[in-house]
Design a protein around this ligand. Sequence first.
Ligand code: 6LW
Length: 505
Amino acid sequence: MKIKNPILRGFYPDPSVCEANGKFYMVCSSFQYFPGVPLFESDDLINWKQIGHCITRSSQIDLKEVNSSGGVFAPTIRYNDGVFYMVTTNDTYHKNFYITTTDIYGEWSEPIFVDQGGIDPSLFFEDGKTYFMSNGSDEEGNGCIYQCEINPLTGEKLSESVPMWKGSGGRYLESPHLYKIGDWYYLMAAEGGTEYGHMITYARGKSVYGPFENYPGNPVLTNRNLGGHQSTIQGIGHGDLIQDREGNWFILCLGFRQMAMWSPFHHLGREVFIAPVNWQTDGWFTAGNRGIVQAEMELACTKEQKAVDYSVNLADLSQNPCRLIYLREPVRENYELREDVFRLRGTKTNLFEAASPTFAGIRQSEFNTELKCKISTRSGEAGITMYMDQGNHYDIFVDNTGEKASVALRICLANLKVVTNSVPISIEDGVATTGIKIVSDCYDYHFYVIDGDEEKYLGNGLTKYLSSEVCGGFTGVVSAFYAVDEAETGEWAEFSDYSWVQKED
Ligand code: 6LW
């Protein structure tokens, strides 16, 4: 069966997947966003549906002071003995912890901390024992995976953390996952860093602590040797190995789509890709199409990929609010979502701070999009931001000072803030209202004011300046409703007639 990659589009990095009760579950990183760790369900590993988030309470995670791309790093999901485990790092505080649930549709536990450093923790269960591994470095400062045994109920270490594998020699040895398949223990990881040199490597051994012998064909999966003219899919790495219910094996991994062949920039974040795995008679496996991941891949499974439309309107959001993500520690009382209107109450906190402004975002999943919305405010600023991080975003907003009002386009890059265009609008009964439109392709965002049938072009912002290559960090562009009210009047801004069409490219 032919499938199209990425299978989950937009900012969903570091996928990890497990099987339980005839279904598959996947989690991804979430960094400074809340709720944390989006959780997906699938029957076949190809078609995924978000069923919620693992981290839904601020008691589970301290995000208050985390910078952009801090907070929740690469999670691993595992299922053992009727219990789901989601293990991750709050990178800002260098703390590894896991949470558990017996009901995948329900709430997860409070965090259980494990006193082992590094990032990208993972768990392995065997014969009543629970092993915890994460990355770290050896005495010479080279990458090394460490493992210990823990008590799964308390997180208490039952053994010393010992080095188990040093990788294949690439920088940034990360995302270790251990599997027992047949007689072998396979230890798979990522190396090369999460940019263009990213790759998946593995080794195998006869015991849970090794020694592990490197696969002679490492890296088993990477697009690092493909230029943009050969593949706009880059950065393939950080994956998890899994078998479907027909007996086929796959790696689900991250990768990104650079914006165009000769433009090595990506702004949609790291996304989820699938690649076939083929076992060899000698017990090693190969992956992808001769080790690479393509936009279209032939998979052995018989399950058909359903077209996914990432378009969204307020009715969809009110039925499926888990598509909305907020910054750090959102104040729930400042949001009121209904089928026909989304009301936001602005505070003093603005978009330029690594804080918790009134902000409700949706990931950009396709290059070609068209967003329309009617916005009104009685006090302060209300708008839509195309947001990479606090220093880098494009905002189109209504500003109502009480005496006058305008619609403006503001370009914020590297902390420079410039209103590049604005048009005055009237205030009626204290309320300033406008329609806006944002049209994107792979190169630009174009911003318009809509007044009845009339459209006025306000200007553009280049997508590449919101890319990871320019801004740094690990996230992707999120389009957010936001409101800022310096005076904290308690008035609500209103967003209605909202639709964001996201067309597959
Ligand atoms: C993650 C690391 C990585 O912890 O990026 O791509 C880091 N790999 O494994 C943040 O997502």
